[in-house]
Design a protein around this ligand. Structure first.
Ligand code: ATP
Length: 271
């Protein structure tokens, strides 16, 4: 059984450097660019693969792995890059990016062009579950990435991804449920949902949509011998989501302390 120790340590280092970048000189910097449906994240590692800076912005430039606002996406990545370069007092040259499983033929080119258009030299373009597993280091089990627009399911055997799927249900749907239940606008609901102090009260409201995600997981893992589910992605920050998924799937379900930054850090690791 894996422990999340190194993953948790890395993510908490990352959270710290998002607030206070490490300005010690490094001979090279590796940047991971995660262009998500809800959020664009840049994670920077130093020559020893330690997090030194990071920045993220909620944006509406990608939907379900597809770049829908190409110019907007370039602008955001360029702005976040400039912000980090100023904080680190260096130029960031190299970046890796990731695409949701199954969209490579569709949009890998667009994601690559966005990262290059923002001024990076792209060194790797990998799929999201492989990126997440660079940090999680799972040998066997299912990694379930519940992001903004979609839920990605990947099954690992002996450390290799043997099955992937991506389904259009994610945090955006959670926000829509909150919006309806509390009579809030979508953006108000989105902010309400992200506050940890509201999670206890929200869990029963969100139970049906979490059960829907669990049924998607069940459909995809059927036929595979999965003993453990590992949750990543911003939506899994919701306290208690793991309990409902575990109950509905009957499979031991675990998540790291902060599931939101696992994939972006994994992308940077693969740079
Ligand atoms: P996708 O993977 O679908 O392209 P993404 O990469 O933008 O989307 P993430 O950044 O992993 O997805 O997650 C974004 C989602 O996580 C949003 O729906 C956001 O509301 C949700 N989220 C972020 N923080 C929290 C939180 N603290 N509590 C609940 N939900 C959260």
């Amino acid at each position: 059984e894996i422990t999340f120790d190194s993953c948790n340590q890395l993510v908490s280092q990352f959270e710290a450097v998002v607030k206070n970048p490490v300005r010690e000189r490094s001979s090279v910097y590796y940047t991971g660019v995660d262009l998500g449906t809800a959020c664009v994240v840049l994670a920077v590692l130093d020559e020893n693969f330690r997090p030194v800076a990071g920045a993220y912005r909620y944006a509406d430039v990608v939907r379900d792995g597809m770049v829908v606002d190409y110019i907007g996406a370039i602008r955001i990545v360029r702005e976040l890059k400039a912000e980090l370069e100023e904080k680190l007092d260096t130029e960031l040259l190299y970046a890796a990016a990731a695409i949701p499983p199954g969209t490579d033929s569709l949009d890998g080119g667009a994601i690559k062009n966005v990262v290059q258009g923002a001024g990076f030299e792209i060194t790797a373009l990998l799929d999201e579950p492989t990126a997440a597993n660079a940090v999680l280091k799972i040998q066997n089990g299912a990694v379930v990435d519940i992001g903004g627009g979609t839920t990605g399911i990947s099954i690992l055997k002996d450390g290799k991804v043997v099955y992937v799927a991506d389904e259009p249900t994610g945090g955006t749907h959670f926000s829509l449920v909150v919006s309806g239940a509390y009579n809030l606008s979508f953006s108000e609901a989105e902010l309400y949902k992200r506050k940890e102090e509201n999670h206890k009260e929200l869990l029963p409201v969100l139970k049906p949509v979490i059960e829907k995600v669990a049924s998607i997981i069940n459909r995809h893992i059927k036929g595979y011998d999965v003993d453990e589910i590992y949750l990543v992605g911003g939506t899994c920050c919701l306290a208690g989501i793991e309990t409902i998924i575990e109950k509905q799937t009957g499979i031991h379900t675990r998540k790291p302390d902060n599931p939101m930054f696992v994939t972006p850090l994994g992308i940077a690791f693969s740079c």
